[in-house]
Each structure stands twice: as C-alpha cells, then as structure tokens.
Design a protein around this ligand. Structure first.
Ligand code: XMP
Length: 514
C-alpha cells in the first residue's frame, strides 16, 4: 500500500485514483498528521508527496517529516512535493519569475525508470504544469532526468535511493503519460503487486463488517440512490437477516421509484425491508411553505423522526449503516487558513446514531464514487441502478419553487420529469449527463390547444455536465431534441402548456433551482 501525503493540492484525490487504478491500495493523509511512526504503522511500501498551494520559500510552510527520507522507502514528490523534498535534502527552490500554468512540453534528458515504456532519452511529451516556484539546485545524489522551458528541473531522480520528483502533475488527464508514470512508480520502482481489485475489496469489506457487527443487528436507511443501495447489498451479503432496511418514502420521489426500490431489494435481493409511506406527514409538515431552506430543514427533521420510529418498531438495532464515501472522509488541508481540517457532514440521518445509541457501519468509507458503482456491479446490482444520476434527499420538494407543495403539483412535475428522462434514455444521452430533471415553475401562461385557450403551468428542463457537482455546465442538447421533449410534455402532461430549457452554468447558478 501507498501513503499519499497531502499538502493541499486541489488534485490530490486524483493521485489516489490513479494509484488505485494501478491496482494498489492507497490512502491520503494530511501532512500535519504524518510522522515516521504513522508511515510505518500504515505499512507504506512507498510514499507520494502531493502538490499544494503554499510556497516552500516561505517560513513555516509545510514539510514532510525529515525522518521519511531515512526510511529507505521509494518516494515521489509532485510539484510542491518535489520542491519540499529538494529543499529538505539540501537543494534550492526559488520563487519563479513567471508562473508556469497549463500545457508544457517535457524533454527527456536521461533514461529513468519513471518513464519506462512512455518516453526515451531525447523524446518530447506533453505534461500539465501548475506552479509558481521552481527548483534551482538539486540535492546531492540527484540527476535531472527531464526539462521543460519553464522548469529546467522538471523531473529529477536519485535512482539509488529511489527518490523521484516531478514539477508537473502526472495525476491529471492533461498529462497523458501520467497514468503510466504513476504505475511505473508503484509497480516497477516500489514493487507493489497491483492486486487490489474490487472483488478483493468486497471480500475484505464483508469480513470486516462480520467482525465489527458480530451477532448484532444493523439498520440501514435505503433511499434508492447508489450509495445506500450498495451499502444495503453489501451488508446483506455479509450478515443476511441481521440487516433491516428502512425506506422512508417522502412522497417526493420520481415516478415509479418507490416501487423499484421495494421490488429490487425486497423481492429480488430478499432483504428485510420496511417501506414506510410517510407522504401525508411530509406534505402536512410542509403545508403552505415555499422557503427552500425551511423546507430542507423540515424534511431533514421529519425524515429522522420517521426513521427513528420505524427503527424502534422493528426492535431497534446496535448499528446504523451509512453510505459515507471517501471524499467525505478525507481530512483536507485548507488553502488559506493553514492546516485546518474540514470534514463534511453526511446524509439525512445526522444525529441519529447518538440519539438512538447506535454505532456506525460505513463500508464505503474508503471508496470514490465510481468505485462504489463498480462494487455495486460486483454485488449484482443492475446497471441502471448503479449508473443513476444523483438525486437530492428532499427530492421533488425542491423542484417546485415559489408555490406550496400539493399532491397535484407534485404529480404534474413527476409526469413531466418522467417524460424528459424517458426521452434522454431513448436518445442514449443518459450516461453523458451528470443530472437531468424538470422544474415546475410558479407561473401560468396562456396557450392555445385545439380550439380552446389554455392557462397552465410552465416547466423548465435542466440538464448539466459535471464531474463532482461543484461546478457544472448546461448540456448542449440539439434543439430538435428539446422540441420533441416539449411536445411530448405538453401533450401528455395535463397542467403544463409551456416548456423552457435552462442554459445557466454553475457558478453563477446552482444545479437545483432552490
Ligand atoms: P446545487 O443545487 O447546490 O447541487 O448546485 C449540487 C448537487 O447537490 C444536490 N443537492 C442536494 N442533495 N440534499 C441532497 O441530498 C439537498 O438538500 C440538496 N441540494 C442540492 C443536487 O441535486 C446536485 O447533485
């Protein structure tokens, strides 16, 4: 396994992704928590030092533990990681005269194991640079193995000690050779086996869950989303009937979704499943409300109440299972305030474990989203379930802005949304889109249908591309496609007589309308 020391780069997670894609397990630890002992305890076979926003030329900027360099482990420093390792081993780093950012051509000056199979001496390859400072003198024992116009020490190596540094970012897709370079580091240089697969992970996680839970009882909130579905399937395989799933049906789900969840998990997987239709209660609690944050708060609190009640009704449990993912767990190094630690709170069941005196089972804590999807497939979940678009906890309740929720307007929205998604699937576009949905607008507009005047709702269609939901762009549908969807919605959904397409990116917009 490989330890990645995080100096706060925005792309540190990508290093972990690439290493895992090479079949080697790795974890990201913040630099201020890493010591020689922690590296040893982790059992690291190699260490990667990430990039970061600080400057090694500033007093008090982060460093790797000095003892790391005496441990005999292979080390790869990336960007800031290269600069700090140079500085710590007696080289020199100076503020760059110009910042080098974006595409650069790298020229190989020496044969080097890092570049095995990708480039030979004299070759030029494209890499992605993003740095202000640069190394101006390398430590004793090191050789320059590659140069670029802005970075005369773009890659350096001490092959004997197996310590390497690169000024560019091998982890990003704009460095096409990067994947092979990282694979060379973990396999050829560090000698890691590359046998970490999802099948192996599944077996290991099942064993872990069994050891943690023993003969205890576990309760799991199932929403029909990818994460909770994978947790449920995994736990069921691990502990069978010791697991009970509770599906709190808010009434804000999409068309047919509640039935799908019940038939998949209860009928096909044979999981003990409580399906609580709480739609009346949710509608009651939200009666007359339009403020998005108030709605969210009430939905969250009501969800917890219902979940707790249902959990008690089945006799309680010792453990609560949650679909927490690795990006929620990584203690990231903040960019401005020094080594502060942020951990995102997760899921609708916040506060429940304490309230009900339950311990947590979080079998996805080490996985990225697409690894969760792969694990889902490994567990036999259908493709359309594991490939599903994200869907917010409050569901359709935050897609009817500006007017109080009623069964009627929820039904209208649900129908329009179903037509839209159906057309997206038929056009083969579903997997190219991060998220697509309809929004019911609080305006009525005049239309003419047949020989009569109509005065009905307008709806907006939204579809975005994104990699993490933090930024997004609207999906550039063909106008003919939008026209087809609009036509079907107006013809098939009573209550809507006008359709618009939302072309706002995020920022400045958000993905949802409220
Ligand atoms: P925004 O609208 O903030 O959405 O650009 C980013 C992503 O988060 C989802 N989202 C939510 N998910 N509870 C959730 O579980 C919420 O209250 C919520 N609000 C937004 C949104 O669907 C998108 O994927």
């Amino acid at each position: 396994r490989v330890l990645i020391v995080d100096f706060g780069s925005q792309v540190t997670q990508l290093i972990a992704r690439r290493v895992r894609e090479a079949g080697v397990y790795c974890e990201i630890h913040p630099f201020n928590r890493v010591t020689v002992d922690s590296i040893r305890d982790f059992g690291a076979k190699a260490v990667i030092l990430s990039g970061g926003p600080a400057s090694v030329t500033e007093a008090g900027s982060p460093r790797a533990p000095q003892g790391l360099f005496e441990m005999g482990l292979p080390i790869l420093g990336i960007c800031y990681g290269q600069q700090t390792l140079c500085e710590q081993l007696g080289g020199k780093v100076e503020p760059g005269h110009h910042r080098e950012f974006g595409r650069a051509m790298l020229k190989l000056a020496e044969p080097c194991a890092l570049f095995d199979g990708v480039a030979a001496k004299g070759d030029e390859v494209q890499v992605w640079m993003s740095h202000g400072d640069r190394v101006t003198a390398i430590p004793a024992g090191f050789k320059v193995v590659a140069t670029s116009e802005g970075a005369p020490f773009a890659a350096i190596a001490n092959a004997e000690k197996r310590i390497y540094g690169v000024q560019f970012h091998p982890e990003v897709v704009h460095t096409p050779i990067g994947k092979q370079l990282l694979s060379n580091f973990v396999h050829k240089i560090a000698g890691c086996a590359g046998d970490w697969t999802m099948k192996a992970f599944k077996a290991q996680e099942i064993a872990k869950v069994r050891a943690q839970v023993g003969s205890g009882r576990v309760i799991c909130g199932l929403s029909g989303g990818v994460d909770s579905s994978v947790v449920a399937a995994l736990l069921h395989e691990a502990i069978g009937d010791q697991l009970t799933c509770v599906f709190v049906d808010t009434g804000f789900m999409r068309s047919g979704e509640a039935d799908q969840v019940v038939s998949l998990f209860r009928d096909r997987f044979n999981i003990k499943l409580v399906h609580k239709d709480a739609s009346d209660l949710f509608l009651d609690k939200l009666a007359g409300l339009t403020d998005p944050e108030k709605k969210r708060k009430i939905i969250g609190a009501t969800f917890i109440d219902v979940f707790e009640e249902e959990a008690k009704a089945v006799g309680g449990a010792d453990f609560l299972a949650q679909g927490t993912l690795y990006p929620d767990v990584i203690e990231s190094v903040s960019f401005t305030g020094g080594p502060s630690v942020t951990i995102k709170s997760h899921h609708n069941v916040g506060g429940l474990p304490e309230r009900m005196n339950m311990k947590l089972v979080e079998p996805l804590r080490e996985l990225f989203k697409d690894e969760v999807r792969e694990l889902g497939r490994e567990l036999g979940l259908p493709d359309d379930m594991v490939g599903r678009h994200p869907f917010p906890g409050p569901g359709l309740a935050i897609r009817i802005p500006g007017q109080p929720l009623t069964r009627e307007n929820l039904d209208i929205l649900r129908k329009a949304d179903a037509v839209y998604l159906d057309e997206i699937r038929k056009a083969g576009l579903y997997d190219q889109i991060w998220q697509a949905f309809a929004v019911l607008l609080p305006v009525r507009t005049v239309g003419v249908m047949g020989d009569s005047r109509s005065y009905d709702y307008a709806c907006a269609l939204r579809a975005v591309t994104s990699t993490d939901g933090m930024t997004a762009d609207f999906y550039p549908f063909d106008m003919a496609f939008i026209g087809r969807v609009a036509n079907r919605i107006i013809n098939e959904v009573k209550g809507i007589n006008r359709v618009t397409y939302d072309v706002t990116s995020k920022p400045p917009g958000t993905i949802e309308w409220e």
